[in-house]
Design a protein around this ligand. Structure first.
Ligand code: SF4
Ligand code: SF4
Length: 256
């Protein structure tokens, strides 16, 4: 399996094992407060983008225009959104304020995880293997603070479980796509972006195309897909997987 650049970066950092403790705190009294909220290349997973745009009360299209930069995954050309930094001298995150992060409850997974780096690997029998690393950057003075954590306590404190649930699946999908050597044509690129980053407009597509009527889906799941954006995003990934790799365990066309 090929290693992505994030994994290669993390491999150079000290590994931290479950149960091992580290000292860290981040709050307005640390001398470097907000230092890490600028100059970032922060790729938003579809779940990160959904949580942010819901917090801001924006539709998928408005969010992408106002805060997104469309980037393409190397090789496949898969469409991804990167958070657009401001054009000030520091290239600040649009959500950073003197008092801290203005979207704190909905901040992206990478903002939650820091200063811990998490590398995951899909297991053939299902689920993921995880490894953790401590990202000690010279500007970060949070390591001088007294609070002690281990990985489990840090993950709980940062509300990572609900983010990891979607993001791990998405990471496994992106690895599969890279390994397949597929390159997306414009039609599939547009469909992938609609299904994963514009779930509000994807709902309109599902209504007008009646696409769900041709799939093996329970009535109960169909209703949840229409009513709940997180469920629609989950289905959106099933849909994109089926379009790119064919029917699978999670989604297939109706038989007969
Ligand atoms: S989203 Fe919040 S925590 Fe993340 S970089 Fe922006 S201001 Fe900082
Ligand atoms: S550099 Fe470290 S301590 Fe300073 S604001 Fe960022 S995370 Fe917090």
């Amino acid at each position: 399996m090929t290693q992505d650049p994030t994994e290669r970066f993390l491999e150079d950092m000290p590994e931290i094992r479950p149960g091992q403790s580290f000292q860290f705190a981040c709050h307005p009294d640390v001398p470097c407060f907000n230092a890490c909220c600028s100059g970032l290349k922060l790729t938003l997973t579809p779940y990160d983008a959904l949580r942010l745009r819901q917090a801001l009360g924006l539709g998928g299209e408005a969010f992408a225009k106002r805060h997104g930069l469309l980037v393409r995954a190397p090789g496949s050309g898969f469409p991804l959104l990167r958070l657009r930094m401001l054009s000030d001298a520091k290239a600040s995150c649009p959500f950073v304020r003197a008092e801290g992060c203005s979207v704190y409850a909905h901040r992206p997974a990478s903002c939650r995880t820091y200063p811990v780096g998490r590398a995951t690997r899909a297991l053939p029998e299902g689920g993921h293997a995880e490894r953790f690393f401590l990202v000690r950057e010279p500007h970060c003075r949070g390591f001088e603070q007294e609070a002690e954590w281990d990985i489990a306590a840090w993950s709980t404190d940062q509300g990572l479980a609900e983010y990891n649930a979607f993001n791990d699946r998405f990471a496994a999908f992106m690895s599969r796509l890279t390994e397949s050597g597929l390159t997306l044509d414009p039609g599939r690129t547009n469909m992938a972006f609609l299904s994963l980053y514009q779930t509000d407009r994807f709902r309109e597509f599902l209504t007008t195309s009646k696409a769900m009527d041709r799939l093996e889906l329970s009535e109960e799941r169909k209703a949840r897909i229409m009513d709940e954006e997180a469920e629609r995003l989950d289905f959106g990934l099933d849909w994109v997987e089926m379009l790119l790799f064919g029917p699978g365990d999670r989604l297939s066309p109706k038989k007969g």
